[in-house]
Design a protein around this ligand. Structure first.
Ligand code: ZN
Length: 464
């Protein structure tokens, strides 16, 4: 038995459960990693209380696409994403990526995870495909260390690029890996970090970066190893590569993936803005999920998915903030509102938009389903104690308290939340990350960014 925490007198608890229950003036009892009861005036023994008067409580957000290593490659005058062609953009960012080392991985992960936690995210997936001569095989280990220090659930996507440029990829020579090396490292980190049990804090996902930049055998071997080890799979798909794939293989990317078995309920793709209606119907039938990342779609001027329609045909949709090369922040609450307003923009031509509350469910229930977490995504007895609180009595929220369910996507709470709890432990409260020295970590991270990237790297400063 773990520590019993009684969260008392919450103004509202938005559960996102199957009945869309919202409790008002209610308590929640947490025992160790899980919730044991929600209701009025819970009268059971506890070790500690949290006063939640005036607070709205939500299930922790689940981020299903990101690239933490890009967090120190942001806010650059030299990378003006909306005004660059994709080749110009790739050329610029890869000149910086090649210099990344293990310390950049560690501190940029801490930075991204802090942003996520402070904005209500409790489970983070990362697609780590930056393997340089300087990082070696250490990135997932360094990320696991950072996630553990901050206390967030972490699903590490072990990425890879194996195809050389002369065969059509966009990856520089010194960031390529062989399929064998990738598989060996996957085996190592699955053994070290993959915990399939309920309330697991760390899992591994096999995630070759994208079909265009790897040999076919990299994906085929991934399917074999992932299914054998029962780990999930992920990749980028439908973000402008189809023309190349058709030229190279005579088929579109989704068909290419389906033909080798890289599809199904244990697989999800990022983006998918290039897919046809018929392709989405195939994804729904196969149970393959999509991580919708609103920021790169808006900033790059790409098509916006119709989430209402995807919900109707049964595609599992989740939310991702994506890496800083296309979204300079890791604020998933911000992505939540951005995604909602984008759906509203098309509401007249698309027979309406999903509700603000349904967008919250995409970021909670949808994320849990995508990552295979039946223990997470909503608040009810037996589920993981992953939640965040918003101070409903803040002056800027005056006049909103009648509808906590729609508040986040509609009104928008883009400042820091009041409290974030993960696995029954308060990891962030009232402006402070618990158990770490934020000042020291920030100073160390800034020094690493300066020494490894900002100072020596011309692409940080020089326009073309
Ligand atoms: Zn991405």
């Amino acid at each position: 038995m773990g520590k019993k925490i009684l969260i008392k007198n919450a103004q509202a608890i938005v559960t996102c459960d199957e009945s869309d229950t919202i409790y008002y003036d209610a308590d929640m009892l947490v025992d160790g990693p899980s919730i044991v009861a929600i209701g009025k005036n819970i009268d059971r023994p506890y070790d500690e209380t949290i006063d939640a008067a005036g607070k709205f409580i939500y299930p922790g957000l689940i981020n299903t696409h990101h690239h933490f290593f890009q967090t120190f490659v942001r806010n650059l005058r030299t990378i003006d994403y909306p005004n660059m062609t994709v080749p110009q953009w790739l050329d610029k960012i890869y000149r910086i990526f090649q210099r990344i080392n293990g310390d950049v991985i560690y501190y940029s992960t801490l930075t991204a995870l802090s942003d996520l936690i402070k904005h209500g995210c409790t489970t983070a997936f990362d697609h780590q495909y930056c393997y340089t001569t300087a990082t070696g095989d250490t990135p997932v280990d360094r990320q696991m260390q950072a996630a553990k220090e901050l206390g967030i659930r972490y699903h590490a996507g072990r990425g890879a690029n194996t195809l050389p440029r002369e065969q059509g990829s966009t990856i520089p020579e010194n960031m390529l890996e062989t399929t064998d090396k990738f598989l060996r490292d996957c085996e190592r980190i699955i053994g070290l970090y993959h915990d399939p049990e309920p309330f697991s804090m760390s899992r591994i996902v096999m995630a070759p970066c994208q079909p265009m930049n790897s040999y076919k055998e990299t994906f085929e071997e991934t399917v074999a190893m992932a299914r054998k080890n029962r780990v999930f799979m992920h990749t980028h798909l439908g973000e402008g590569e189809n023309e190349t794939m058709v030229q190279r293989w005579g088929k579109r990317t989704l068909t290419w993936c389906e033909d080798i078995g890289f599809a199904g309920p244990d697989v999800w793709y990022a983006h998918c803005w290039e897919l046809t209606a018929e392709e989405f119907e195939r994804m729904a039938k196969a149970g393959t999920g999509v991580s919708h990342c609103p920021a790169p779609a808006v900033l790059g001027g790409f098509p916006i998915l119709s989430i209402k329609w995807l919900n109707e045909i049964g595609v599992n949709v989740s939310l991702g903030c994506d890496g800083s090369a296309t979204n300079d922040s890791s604020n998933l609450l911000d992505s939540l509102r951005m995604a909602y307003t984008m759906q509203c923009y098309y509401s007249k031509e698309r027979r309406g938009a999903i509700s603000a509350y349904d967008m919250l469910k995409i970021a909670t229930v949808g994320g849990a389903k995508t990552l295979g977490r039946t223990d997470l995504g909503s608040l009810s007895a037996g589920k993981g104690a992953d939640l965040f609180m918003v101070d409903a009595r803040s002056l800027e929220l005056t006049g909103t308290e009648h509808d906590p369910a729609n508040l986040l996507a509609r009104v928008g709470v883009t400042g820091n939340v009041f409290l974030t709890m993960i696995n029954g432990r308060t990891v962030y409260r009232d402006g402070t990350l618990q158990g770490v020295d934020e000042h020291r970590l920030r100073a160390e991270g800034e020094a690493v960014c300066d020494r490894v990237l900002r100072q020596p790297c011309e692409a940080f400063h020089t326009l073309f």
